[in-house]
Design a protein around this ligand. Structure first.
Ligand SMILES: *Cc1c(COP(=O)(O)O)cnc(C)c1O
Length: 370
C-alpha cells in the first residue's frame, strides 16, 4: 500500500495530477509553451497581481532552494546587504546562500518557537543603512510557525528596503499577496501547497526588482533576469524544462481553483491541522509551537522520553499502517513533524490518529502528557 504523506512536501497528490504527466510534449511545441504562459499568469493571480500590474513570474528548474538561490544571487549586489529574519533552518539557509555568493549579511535571530521581535527589526533598519534587502520565511517549515509577513512588510516598506519572502511551504494555502505584504519577491515551488509534483520552483517579483537583476547574476543557470527574458520572448526555457511536471502543475492549479481557491484550501488544511493537534494531544503528544503562531501546514510534536520510543521504529510502524510522518528537531528539543497538507481528507487524519494510538500500545511507548 502506498502510504499517505503527512510531510511538508513532496506531498500526496491527486491521481489526476499524476495522470496529467502521461503525455510527452516537446519543450518548443506551442502545446507546452501555452501551458507555461497560463501557469505564469495564474501564479501572479494567486499573488494578487498580474504582468499588467507590474509583476512577473519566473519559473526555475529544480527544487525550491534553486529559486531562493536564483533570487538572492541575481537581485542583491555585493554593495548591498541582506538582513535575514531567522527562526529556523530555511532562514539559516538563505544566509548561507548569500555568504557563498559574497553578499554581505546580517541576521535578526529568534528561537524557532517564537515570531520575530518587530520593534527590534524597526531599530535594526533605522540603525543600519547598509541593509538593502530583508528576507523572511512565511511558514518556517522547521517548526510549522507562521511569521507575520504583512506586519514585517509594513516595517520594511516604511524603511524603504526591498522585501523578499520565502513562501515555499505556504503559497496557495495561506493568504499572501503583493498588495498585502508589500513584497518585492515571493518564492515557492511546484511540490508544496499547490499540490503538484517536484521539479521546479518560481519567483514572483516586481518589474522593478527584475530590472535590477539584469547583469547582476553570479551564475549562468540561476540568472533570474536571463531566465525571464527567455520566457517572456517566446515562452521557452533556456535549458530543458520539466515538461511533465509543468503539465501536472497546470492540472494542480485547476484543482486548487475547483476546491475554491486559497481560502478553501486554507480551511481544509486548518481543519486537518486542528484535528491532528487535538487528537495527538489526547494521545499524550505535546505540540511545541504556541497555538497563536501555529500554521495550518505542519505541526511539531515533542518526542516521548520513553526508552521504547525511537523515531525509526515509530515511523516504520506508522508507515505499515499507511501513514508517513517526518523527523524534526528544534534547537535542543527532540521532535517529529506531522504535515497537514496535500491531497488529504479528515478521514486520513482519523486513520493517522488511530495508527498512532495502535503503535503506542504495540511498542509500549509512555507519553509525557498521559
Ligand atoms: C521546502 C522548503 C524550501 C525548499 O526546499 P527544497 O528542498 O529545496 O525544495 C525552502 N523553504 C521552505 C520554508 C520550505 O518549506
Amino acid at each position: 500500500m502506498e502510504p499517505k504523506l503527512f510531510t511538508p512536501g513532496p506531498l500526496t497528490t491527486s491521481r489526476s495530477v499524476k495522470e496529467a504527466m502521461l503525455v510527452d510534449l516537446g519543450s518548443r511545441e506551442p502545446e507546452f509553451t501555452d501551458v507555461v504562459a497560463v501557469v505564469r499568469d495564474e501564479l501572479l493571480a494567486l499573488a494578487g497581481s498580474s504582468t499588467r500590474d507590474g509583476h512577473e513570474a519566473v519559473i526555475v528548474q529544480g527544487s525550491g532552494t534553486f529559486a531562493i538561490e536564483a533570487l538572492l544571487s541575481s537581485a542583491i549586489p555585493s554593495s548591498g546587504r541582506l538582513l535575514v529574519i531567522e527562526n529556523g533552518v530555511y532562514g539559516a539557509r538563505m544566509l548561507r546562500i548569500a555568504e557563498i555568493h559574497g553578499i554581505p549579511t546580517a541576521s535578526l535571530r529568534c528561537p524557532s518557537t517564537r515570531t520575530p521581535d518587530l520593534a527590534a527589526l524597526e531599530r535594526l533598519l533605522a540603525e543600519d543603512d547598509s541593509i538593502t534587502h530583508v528576507a523572511v520565511v512565511h511558514c518556517e517549515t522547521t517548526s510549522g510557525i507562521l511569521n507575520p509577513v504583512d506586519e514585517i512588510g509594513e516595517i520594511v516598506a516604511a524603511a524603504g528596503r526591498r522585501y523578499l519572502i520565502d513562501a515555499m511551504s505556504s503559497f496557495g494555502a495561506v493568504p499572501l499577496t503583493f498588495p498585502s505584504s508589500g513584497a518585492a519577491a515571493i518564492v515557492s515551488s511546484s511540490n508544496k501547497c499547490i499540490q503538484g509534483v517536484p521539479g521546479f520552483a518560481f519567483v514572483l517579483l516586481t518589474r522593478e526588482l527584475l530590472d535590477e537583476c539584469e547583469g547582476r547574476a553570479r551564475t549562468l543557470t540561476l540568472d533570474l533576469h536571463a531566465q525571464w527574458k527567455g520566457l517572456a520572448a517566446n515562452g521557452q526555457f533556456r535549458f530543458t524544462p520539466p515538461t511533465h511536471v509543468l503539465l501536472a502543475f497546470a492540472r494542480a492549479l485547476e484543482e486548487l481553483a475547483a476546491e475554491g481557491g486559497v481560502s478553501a484550501r486554507n480551511a481544509r488544511y486548518s481543519a486537518l491541522q486542528a484535528r491532528i493537534a487535538t487528537g495527538m494531544k489526547e494521545l499524550g503528544f505535546e505540540a511545541i509551537v504556541p497555538t497563536e503562531h501555529q500554521s495550518p501546514i505542519l505541526t511539531t510534536f515533542r518526542e516521548p522520553e520513553s526508552e521504547r520510543y525511537s523515531f525509526e521504529l515509530f515511523h516504520a510502524a506508522l508507515k505499515t499502517r499507511g501513514c508517513a510522518i517526518y523527523p524534526g528537531k528544534l534547537e535542543d528539543t527532540r521532535a517529529f513533524r506531522i504535515g497537514s497538507v496535500g491531497d488529504l481528507t479528515q478521514e486520513d487524519a482519523e486513520t493517522l490518529l488511530r495508527a498512532v494510538a495502535q503503535v503506542c500500545a504495540e511498542l509500549g511507548i509512555d507519553r509525557p502528557q498521559r
